[in-house]
Design a protein. Structure first.
Length: 141
């Protein structure tokens, strides 16, 4: 974990330099940002390749099972976060479109209020489904 804390100031400096470059020379700033992204991807690939060999080198079998169990717990928590984020974004997009259509329909016919709110409520249900999936995943973690 300490290697990530050591690279944090470097990333902040690169981001600050890219911001300055984007203001002065936009094309050079974009090239710098792409270069920084490629460096981060390369570093992540190195960590990904070296992580299995580090866990295989552990001499105690209990330590590896504990690490595997904590890794699966982390995966479940990440999956829960993805479920909530994805469903919330989907619900937001659905509410944006159905809400604007509902307002347009209500401006012409005010008696459509009840039907329009049902459709908007169904769109909000998408976020609730994602939250339920997240609760199930966290319960199994």
């Amino acid at each position: 974990m300490s290697i990530w804390l050591l690279t944090l100031p470097i990333l902040v400096l690169v981001a600050g330099g890219a911001t300055v470059l984007m203001r002065r020379r936009p094309r050079a700033g974009i090239v710098t940002i792409i270069g920084a992204n490629l460096a981060v991807v390369a570093a992540a690939a190195v960590v990904l390749v070296s992580a299995p060999s580090a866990s295989a080198a552990a001499p105690v079998a209990a330590a590896t099972t504990e690490a595997a169990a904590s890794g699966s717990n982390g995966s479940a928590l990440i999956a829960a976060a993805i479920a909530v984020v994805g469903s919330s974004i989907g619900a937001a997009i659905a509410v944006a479109y159905t809400g604007s259509a509902a307002l347009a329909a209500m401006s012409e016919r005010p008696e459509m209020f009840g039907r329009a709110m049902v459709v908007v409520g169904l769109a909000e249900g998408i976020a609730i489904y994602g939250l339920i999936i997240a609760i199930i995943l966290i319960g199994k973690a």
